[in-house]
Design a binder for this molecule. Structure first.
Ligand SMILES: [Zn+2]
Length: 363
């Protein structure tokens, strides 16, 4: 290219040629390549971040095309991580891309941040976000948190205290720059019946663009080492009110935080957000939460009834999801118990069962 492709970015005060070089030597984990992951990765690759590792367990589905900006109709049925990497490579051949088709879980978590400088959150559930938060605190990695559902989205660029850093990274989070971790802000996984997901509540695509833009803007400035440290704020965007709300979280680090203060990494040490087992002779996977998670089956019944046929029995809620098909093209079944136990009927694949659980039940 005769004109340097990053010219408009190097013109920026605080980035320049040196900042661009730093971006080239940086590596980011993009955890989840759904709507947010696609949009963040697109920004990072265009900005010239040298290496991206993309992890996602899902396949591209027709309902993704409304908002997941790296996918086209030709990608339907392909693993999202692979389809995204192919598209990103076409955008910028200089960037190194690594696609991992897997469930982000404790067994693979350490490998996912190997030689990474930062984490971008493209997830849809808090159980796995706590895993990212543990990695962020343990290795001193900044964590660009993002979430979007309905007409609203939230973002924060978290730089936990380096108190428990166990490995040095390209750029250290200085004590002066550090702030709360995700668990300081959200101490426990919200119960499933209180967590709307994009699949049950819908999502407006431009909300994704706003939140992913905030995540990417923070990551690019941080990794280019722009002079001014970014503020510790939680930003909420409400598309119906066309309003941004900002909350100062600079003093939100909690003295009793089990992760960034006590150095306990519960999500990394747990078997998984939920333990998956097959039940002999039956075509189903049982997902067991790490601790009983009281679930309001009436609220869940109301929510899931818009997406399939469900009945509330005295000790459980059961039914089928009209938009999730098993291999025989039959609707996938769900049985939910008041203690948070879930049966996913019609599959023996634990990764698919977990994807279905987080898509429809949140958590
Ligand atoms: Zn904390």
């Amino acid at each position: 290219m005769t004109v340097h492709r990053y010219h408009r970015q190097t013109l920026l005060e605080g980035i320049g040629k040196e900042g661009q070089e730093r971006l080239r030597s940086a590596s980011v984990l993009v955890a989840g390549v759904g709507a947010l992951g696609c949009a963040v990765a697109d920004h990072l690759v265009r900005a010239g971040i040298g290496h991206l590792r993309l992890i996602d367990r899902d396949l591209v589905e027709p309902t993704n095309l409304q908002r997941q900006c790296l996918f086209a109709e030709d990608d339907l049925g392909s693993p999202k991580a692979i389809a995204a990497a192919n598209r990103l490579q076409a955008i910028n051949h200089d960037v190194q891309l690594e696609a991992v088709v897997d469930d982000l879980r404790p067994a693979v978590a350490h490998d996912m941040v190997d030689r990474c400088d930062a984490i971008a959150d493209g997830l849809d559930n808090f159980a796995t976000r706590f895993l990212l938060n543990d990695l962020s605190v343990k290795f001193g990695l900044p964590y660009a948190y993002g979430g979007a559902v309905g007409y609203e989205g939230t973002s924060a660029f978290l730089r936990p205290s380096p108190l428990h850093r166990q490995r040095l990274v390209t750029r250290e989070i200085s004590e002066a720059e550090s702030g709360p971790c995700l668990r300081c802000l959200v101490p426990a996984t919200p119960p499933a019946h209180l967590t709307p997901t994009c699949d049950t509540a819908g999502v407006l695509s431009p909300v994704i663009a706003v939140i992913a833009g905030l995540q990417a803007a923070a990551l690019i400035q941080y990794l280019a080492q722009s002079a001014e440290p970014l503020p510790h704020v939680l930003t909420r965007f409400d598309a119906r009110a066309m309003r941004m709300h900002q909350l100062d979280i600079s003093q939100s680090q909690r003295e009793d935080c089990s992760t960034c203060n006590k150095g306990r990494f519960a999500a990394l040490e747990s078997d998984h957000g939920s333990q998956a087992t097959t039940i002999c002779g039956r075509d189903l996977i049982q997902l067991l939460p790490p601790e009983p998670q009281p679930t309001d089956l009436d609220a869940l019944h109301k929510r899931l009834s818009a997406h399939g046929s469900f009945e509330r029995l005295p000790f459980l809620l059961r039914g089928t999801l009209q938009d999730e098909l098993d291999q025989a093209k039959q609707p996938v079944g769900l049985t939910v118990f008041p203690d948070g136990r879930v049966f996913v009927h019609g599959t023996l694949d634990a990764t698919r069962a977990r994807a279905i659980e987080s898509r429809w039940l949140g958590g």
